[in-house]
Design a protein around this ligand. Sequence first.
Ligand code: ZN
Length: 177
Amino acid sequence: MPDRADMRDAHPAGPARPALPAALTGGAVRPILIHPDPVLRDISRPAGEMSGPELRDLARDLVATMYRAGGRGLAAVQIGVLRRVFVMDAGWKEGAARPLVMLDPRIVRRSDRVAPGEELCLSIPGRPVTVTRPAEVEVIWFDLDGRRQRASLDGAAARVAQHEADHLDGRLIVDLA
Ligand code: ZN
């Protein structure tokens, strides 16, 4: 197992951490697993197996780690937690922070229209991959209060959600090139 401290150095501090909703502040920046770490290939288990407080701590750490690394999305498996949880904020570099925490997310609709786009992965530093994906998706998930949520996403948000959902099933962008 490589030295995690070295990996952190491979991700210099990103843009200044944006202002966050109070419920998501105070998380710890955790080391990010780097491909080809085999854990990244594991299938994550349902988020519902964790308690509410555990999920809140996990979400806080994911948010802190995502922003520090300069990413737009981060799945729990990327910090070594094999649960179906990811956070995303597709637009924070262009505007205010709007982190979304998705527990047990499922993509329930994909548009026929597809779009190519260059993607980066915090677990595969410095290797952008052009991936063609459905341009719009509909996602259902549970939030941290246990409420079911549903959203239609397009543009960068649709791309990030699909990228992070892939992580929960052990898929990486290098598989989709
Ligand atoms: Zn990724």
